[in-house]
Design a protein around this ligand. Structure first.
Ligand code: G3H
Length: 534
């Protein structure tokens, strides 16, 4: 491990299109913020005005006060209006129109958003473009899934002499908080289904990856009725905490750390009113069996551990390798890590990029040092090489339970390898873990793999056979056990997570039936309707 910090200019030309955002969206109005602002920097160094290398100024955002947060809450509450609001009672076709308008306007900002994703969170160009395109696809898929849901609800059931018209209804006011690693995709995977189900929302972007939301403010403003989407900027403690304390939030939708989720839940005075849609941290293991295809396993473990520098909740965060093949695996894996191209996000073919959190390289070094002190070695030549914004991926071997990197979600470029002799060792570790999102299982012999799958499926929520862990394709359920998630997200499941089944029941009598028939023919109710969209 290198202990010197190389302070150099990464790039001579700074960020050309600084974004100084003073607007926010509350109650259908794009208002101008006149209070304090916070500057937003990239950890990519460029030359400052004094000709010295330093973090690059990208722009600034409002540092909003609690008063405005409560104004946004009131706007969301007013737009829901105890379920009587325009948005929660709107016809399906009209709500779909608003979302379609939004996505068309959003698509016009692809280039700006991708540019900001590269500077703000330092995601490489291919992944930044993928994040944008995947989000657009997610919105289109959600529109289709909603039409399907509506088609299936456009009918009456009859059981025990009772007619029932069952639909899924909105829950109310949703507070939506996204993460820095997928500031567009993961946030919109909460916001869009919440909106389409008729909820009203307050949304605050994460600390990093915030400017990239600003080109979309106008699209939100022009596409939704007043109060349906409210967008605020600033600190969680001045915005999210006071909103939660009022007890008026019906759903906390958060992708982030379980400690933030618990702290926010604790502030809510009416615990049973509060629904939770949470995507939290994980410590997904890779388990490599003696007969695993070595080349394929190394390739998948590289992408699993180091895509976006391991800053993914789905990243492989520990590798359990059978002792009979660990030497061969270590050699090949360490070589593959050292061969990865590091560079600035926009450079051709770059896989590894600088870390957006200023304190992250030091934290990764702490984990490395702790493991080395406990007897592990860095087995790749470049492992732990340090610059002002990067710590080159370190492959640590052998790692054991006494080391911090065995337990902590590193969310960054360090890979612990744990040798095992008996399969009960990784299984016990998974059972003891506070997390239960996914696992990757590498091997071939079905007599071994079969029973293992049966056990693993009860410890996590996705078993990836001979492939890295991942969230996509987005139509599949994304969830976790224990501290890794609450509720399920997928194009299909998210519509359910942000709604509740509600129905109109009427006894099968001539009196009631006549009323129902008249209702159906009259268009007086948007709920009681058997119309649907193709
Ligand atoms: O940070 C967690 C993300 O949901 C991971 O998504 O597997 O598509 O990178 P991904």
């Amino acid at each position: 491990m290198s202990s010197t910090t190389v302070v150099s200019i990464d790039q001579t030309v700074g960020f050309k299109n600084q974004v100084h955002c003073t607007e926010y969206l509350v109650n259908g109005e794009l208002k101008t913020w006149k209070g304090n602002t916070s500057e937003v920097y990239s950890t990519i160094y460029t030359e400052n005005e004094q000709g010295e290398p330093g973090p690059t100024l990208l722009g600034s955002i409002p540092d909003m006060e609690t008063e405005v947060a409560l104004e946004a809450l009131n706007a969301a509450e007013k737009a829901f209006h105890r379920g009587q609001g325009l948005w929660p009672t709107m016809r399906v076709a009209d709500r779909l129109k608003c979302l379609s308008n939004f996505v068309e306007k959003m698509k016009l900002h692809r280039e700006e958003v991708v540019e900001l994703l590269m500077w703000e969170i330092e995601k490489n160009k291919a992944d930044a473009q993928k994040e944008f395109d995947r989000t657009v696809d997610y919105i289109y898929d959600t529109l289709e899934a909603y039409k399907n849901l509506d088609r299936r609800s456009a009918r009456f059931d009859k059981e025990g002499g009772v007619h029932a018209h069952i639909r899924r209804g909105p829950l109310g006011v949703v507070l939506c908080l996204g993460p820095y690693n997928y500031p567009l995709n993961e946030t919109f995977c909460l916001l869009i289904p919440a909106l389409i189900m008729g909820n009203t929302t307050i949304f605050k972007p994460a600390k990093h990856g915030v400017l990239l939301i600003t080109p979309l403010l106008k699209a939100f403003h022009e596409s939704f009725p007043p109060g349906v989407v409210n967008i605020l900027f600033g600190r969680g403690r001045k915005i999210a905490s006071p909103i939660m304390k009022t007890g008026k939030v019906d759903v906390l939708a958060l992708i982030g750390h379980s400690s933030s989720a618990v702290a926010l839940q604790d502030l809510h005075p009416n615990k049973n009113r509060l629904r939770l849609v949470l995507g939290l941290e994980a410590k997904n293991p890779g388990i490599i069996l003696p007969d695993a295809d070595m080349e394929l396993t190394v390739k998948e473990c590289i992408s699993g551990t180091l895509s976006y520098n391991g800053q993914r909740c789905t990243a492989l965060k520990m590798l359990f390798v059978h002792e009979s093949i660990v030497e061969e695996f270590n050699t090949k894996f360490a070589q593959a890590v050292d061969a990865l191209k590091y560079g600035l996000p926009w450079e051709e073919g770059v896989f590894l990029t600088p870390l957006p959190e200023p304190g992250k390289p030091a934290y990764i070094q702490e984990l490395i040092q702790d493991a080395v002190d406990g007897g592990a070695k860095i087995i790749n030549d470049k492992g732990g090489q340090l610059t002002h914004n990067y710590s080159f991926p370190a492959v640590l071997y052998p790692v054991n339970k006494e080391m911090r990197v065995y337990h902590e979600e590193q969310f960054g470029p360090v890979i612990p390898i744990i040798p095992y002799s008996d399969i009960s060792e990784p299984l016990d570790a998974m059972a003891a873990s506070e997390y239960g999102q996914q696992v990757s299982l590498f091997g071939r012999d079905v007599r071994k793999i079969g029973p293992l799958i049966d056990t693993l499926a009860n410890l996590v929520c996705r078993v990836n056979l001979n492939s890295a862990c991942q969230r996509g394709p987005d139509v599949y359920p994304f969830t976790g056990r224990k501290n890794s998630a609450v509720s399920t997200l997928s194009v299909y499941d998210a519509l359910r997570s942000f709604s509740i089944r509600t129905f109109v029941a009427s006894k099968d009598t001539p009196y009631n039936n006549e009323i129902l028939e008249t209702l159906l023919n009259s268009n007086e109710s948007n709920f009681i309707s058997t119309d649907y969209l193709l």
